[in-house]
Design a protein around this ligand. Structure first.
Ligand code: HAM
Length: 569
């Protein structure tokens, strides 16, 4: 049998690496707490429309990378057949076949008809009350969620089959065809064809359906929650952070996965709460510099830009469109397409030959209106004052449509091609775009996988001095041949481990069937000290403890054990 593996672009995280993930998350929570952020947890899947409207239908994320499915769109054929039969049962039910009553002479073709999707065969006499069909005419009836060419052709085929089957009673007759569809299903021109009688049948035969998507990012979900819970009505700024998985169908490579984790934060609120202030932008950026410092990540670069208001962006798009007309034919195929569909995205191009052309294009800063210029200048001035270093990058327009004014990324040289540690910016129109009140905001998301890669690379250069070890290894010393004694010793060791763990110590538990030498070897790998629990120790209440780093072995009363084990070595 082939062994199953984790899906392409997904990974298992194992100890000890998970310890690093936890350390990063704990540091982030602690720093966010210092800036008065609270945690928000939004669902991992949302209505597809949220991302289409929030992130933007034309973006790579929405147009190519989302995991989307239709949920609950199920046509309940069984229910429809049962109700239909109930309503139209002819006087002689023996003439109707639906798996409920027998029909003579049809049996050889019934399963073939079923395979074709014609669930029911109604013999003569089953015409609908109030619908004058000659009772002598046999019918084949199909049930479908909607009228379609496929449904019609299935019925036609069924009739051919019935008429060509030597065992079929239908051979001698003109067989009618009826297609039953829910009355909610829109009818199209097929009804005019006359070959097939189409019947709209009253009733709800669909489980409710919705297009759902695994979240490719968390900002849209946070803003949806802000609107849904009317957080704007508090009149306060909302400062929310999140940690969790996101999903994008990208080509996997180092630092780029299909399931990845983001640590992000958003500041959002009504303008009266100061949500538009450039101080908010600067504070978020200063917090990020602090967080990266706390994580011990050195050598990062903050790149910053302003994409202006949505009117500025529209103006710039037009300027770019014009500027691209003469040069686009010399650019890559993607750029030639973008030059027409979404000129702004030309700035994301990584093809080396296109770079000199792109560098010579008009810059967005020249399309900003006065208010956006003033806002951007104020952000930069606050960063200067706080001593947060940055580089201006005119091409940083970011791949999501909701951005306005400030956009930024922190990059790290050690990451290779996927060098963005984190990205973010302001999104002053996002709430309105998804049906909410005016609620300007700014936020960011860090790629946690990339933080881990960066820290691991740094630690390889300067590995941490102490490996992760526990305070004590409890070594029960039993007699493997004496079940009863072994059970007693193991139980005593578990009790002791429980006592010590409750006293706040970290403890690893051995096994009474281990020989003493094996216990020492196991303990030496994971613990600072070993505690031996044998029959003698149990009887006397005096335990033997050895400290590995000093080689000192002592005997100590059980009551003093926790105290000794807590002593640093
Ligand atoms: P983003 O730039 O799409 O922005 O993603 C933010 C960060 O997530 C990236 O800089 C990168 O570190 C990480 N990331 C993205 N895709 C992957 C991937 N496939 N594998 C590993 N890491 C990845 C956003 O998601 C916005 N929601 C950020 C934001 C918050 N803007 C305002 N508020």
């Amino acid at each position: 049998m082939t062994t199953l593996k984790s899906v392409r672009g997904t990974r298992d995280l194992l100890p000890p690496e998970t310890a690093l993930w936890n350390r990063i998350e704990a540091t982030a929570r602690s720093v966010f707490g210092g800036y008065n952020f609270g945690e928000i947890r939004t669902p991992i899947f949302e209505d597809t429309g949220l991302f289409a409207r929030g992130v933007g239908e034309e973006t790579d994320i929405v147009s190519k990378e989302m995991y989307t499915w239709s949920d609950g769109e199920r046509f309940d054929e069984k229910k429809m057949i049962a109700e239909w039969l109930d309503r139209y049962r002819p006087d002689d039910p023996a003439q109707v076949q639906a798996g409920r009553v027998k029909v003579e002479n049809f049996s050889p073709i019934i399963s073939k008809l079923n395979q074709l999707g014609v669930q029911l065969q109604v013999s003569w006499g089953a015409s609908v009350p109030g619908y004058p069909l000659p009772t002598s005419v046999p019918e084949l009836v199909g049930f479908r969620p909607a009228v379609s060419a496929e449904a019609i052709s299935v019925l036609m085929k069924a009739r051919e089959l019935a008429k060509s089957d030597p065992a079929s009673d239908l051979r001698q007759h003109a067989v009618r065809l009826r297609l039953v569809v829910p009355s909610s299903a829109a009818l199209n021109s097929w009804i005019e064809r006359g070959e097939v009688h189409i019947e709209q049948f009253e009733g709800q035969f669909f489980a409710s359906s919705q297009s759902l998507t695994l979240r490719p990012e968390n900002t849209a979900g946070v803003v949806r929650a802000y609107i849904e819970h009317k957080l704007g009505e508090t009149g306060q700024l909302q400062k929310l952070y999140y940690i969790g998985p996101q999903f994008r169908r990208e080509r996997p490579q180092k630092g780029r996965y299909r399931q990845f984790s983001q640590i992000g934060a958003e500041v959002i609120g009504p303008p009266s709460a100061g949500s538009e202030s450039p101080l908010r932008d600067a504070e978020v950026l200063e917090m990020l510099a602090t967080l990266l410092d706390e994580l011990g990540i050195t050598g990062w670069t903050l790149e910053i830009n302003s994409v202006g208001s949505s009117a500025d962006r529209a103006r710039y798009n037009e300027v770019l469109r014009q500027a691209l007309i003469p040069v686009a034919p010399r650019m890559c195929a993607d750029c030639q397409r973008r030059a027409v569909t979404n000129p702004l995205r030309v700035l994301d191009c990584k093809v080396p030959e296109d770079q000199p052309i792109i560098d010579s294009l008009p810059k967005i800063v020249d399309s900003l209106d006065e208010a956006s210029k003033v806002h951007f200048a104020a952000v930069l001035a606050a960063l200067d004052a706080a001593g947060v270093p940055y580089t201006r990058n005119h091409r940083l327009v970011r791949g999501l449509d909701y951005y306005t004014r400030t956009t930024f990324e922190f990059t790290h040289g050690g990451l290779g091609a996927q060098n963005a540690l984190l990205g973010g910016g302001r999104y002053d129109g996002l709430s309105e775009a998804i049906g909410g009140p005016r609620a300007p905001g700014i936020g960011f998301a860090m790629g946690e996988d990339r933080l881990v890669l960066t820290i691991q690379a740094q630690e390889k250069l300067a590995p941490p001095q102490v490996a992760q070890v526990v305070d004590a290894f409890i070594a029960p010393l039993g007699d493997a041949k004496n079940e009863e004694a072994l059970t007693r010793i193991n139980a005593a060791a578990l009790t002791l481990a429980r006592e010590l763990r409750r006293a706040g110590l970290s403890v690893e538990l051995g096994d009474g069937s281990f020989r003493l030498k094996k216990s020492f070897e196991a303990a030496d790998k994971v613990a600072r000290r070993i505690v031996i629990v044998g029959e003698d120790e149990l009887a006397s209440g005096i335990l033997t403890v050895k400290t590995f780093s000093t080689g000192v072995q002592t005997k100590i009363p059980r009551a003093e054990l926790a105290h000794l084990l807590a002593e640093p070595v």
